[in-house]
Write a protein that binds this ligand. Structure first.
Ligand code: SF4
Ligand code: SF4
Length: 143
């Protein structure tokens, strides 16, 4: 995996994202994660989904600034498709603090799905209707 930026002391994806290979669900810390910036306790042996995945910020999306690092915003950005990004909230209310970030992504041509800790996901951008249909399908699968 080649990344444009460094995670530094961030490890927020190890809480926010689900990893079935562990297994762990969304929004709960992985038992192998340091929550204080020390990284992954099984880094050399971490499962393939952890090896192969990187967030949109660390991949170097030009619409995301250095200050948008996930542990600072409380929001992890996942690439869902060619022009589709989902923003996953790590703590309630974090999405309210990233309105400008969302505007930058939409101005760059991305459709952005907003996934709160609680409540209904939504989407903004040129392909928002398609994104909302996909989110509704995912919601049904999770029930
Ligand atoms: S959320 Fe992004 S920056 Fe933070 S640890 Fe995961 S990949 Fe690195
Ligand atoms: S195994 Fe390591 S990289 Fe994967 S979620 Fe857990 S702490 Fe993060």
């Amino acid at each position: 995996m080649t990344t444009a930026r460094s995670c530094g002391s961030c490890s927020l994806c190890c809480k926010v994202m689900a990893v079935s290979a562990i297994p762990k669900g969304r929004g709960v810390w992985c038992p192998h994660a340091s929550q204080t910036g020390a990284g992954c306790a099984i880094y050399a042996d971490r499962p393939a989904p952890c090896r192969n995945w990187s967030c949109v910020w660390v991949s170097g999306h030009p619409a995301l600034l250095e200050a948008d690092r996930p542990d600072k915003t409380g929001v992890v950005a996942n690439r869902d498709g060619a022009r589709q990004i989902s923003l996953h909230e790590s703590r309630s209310g974090a999405l309210e603090g990233v309105a400008e970030l969302v505007n930058r992504l939409v101005a760059a041509g991305e459709t952005v799905s907003l996934i709160p800790v609680a409540g209904r996901p939504t989407a903004v951008g040129a392909e928002a209707d398609e994104a909302r249909r996909r989110l509704a399908r995912l919601e049904k699968l999770r029930r």
